[in-house]
Write a new protein. Sequence first.
Length: 273
Amino acid sequence: MELKVTRYEIEDRVATLTLNRPDRLNSWTGRMHAEYRWILDQAERDGDVRVIVVTGAGRGFCSGADTAALQGHVERGGYDPGTPAELARPGYGVRPEFDANFAFQFGMSKPVIAAINGPAAGVGLVIACYADLRFAAKGVKLTTAQGKLNLPAEYGLSWLLPRLIGLARANELLLSSRIFLTDEAFDLGLLNGLLEPDELMPYTYDYARRLADTVSPGSLRETKRQIYTDLHRDVGAAVRDADALLERMMTEADYREAVSAFMEKRPPRWSGR
């Protein structure tokens, strides 16, 4: 796919997906949606990629739906996603409940880190919330946005946000659609880290590389899958599956390598198998 509104780069086993419409604060379009899914699919399939970072070009992360797209919905008399009939399907086929927009990220095997460098509104906040980890620059504006546009909470955010920060706090943000800053978001527990703007990307990449270097790909894959699967079921099922995974993964090459590296006091050399 020709990338017109995103960028895709790989370095040190970390893939970076950059939303790239800086003159529009990376506002969301159907083209961006298609490219976003295509890049995640490429990163998911690439054996050299261990961690994925999502960020925005310029001053914004993603300011929400493009205003021209919003006007287009009015002119057409209804919602038009503006996406091609066939979209990439990263993470699909793991669990039926994950086979939907953005929820597919729960089915992906690699952790996704959002580096929120600028405003995130509407679908921009959705993208950040569906990431596994979120780091943000101080003083950045966030909002669910939908209430000011006579829209519902988008893409399952009404399911996800209460699970991230609790029902009472999520209700207030969803019902009011007010603007809040990343400083407050950190206090609410929505963010894993709050940094000075010039420290955000170095910190994010350092964290991503440490994940890639020190945690086995198999452990990242299975732990992520456990986290999102277990949100949907009882604790007994979680324990039984964890026991079965433990037995299987202790027969794998990377378990033997982990024990050897620990005993020899050296960095592990993960095979990814």
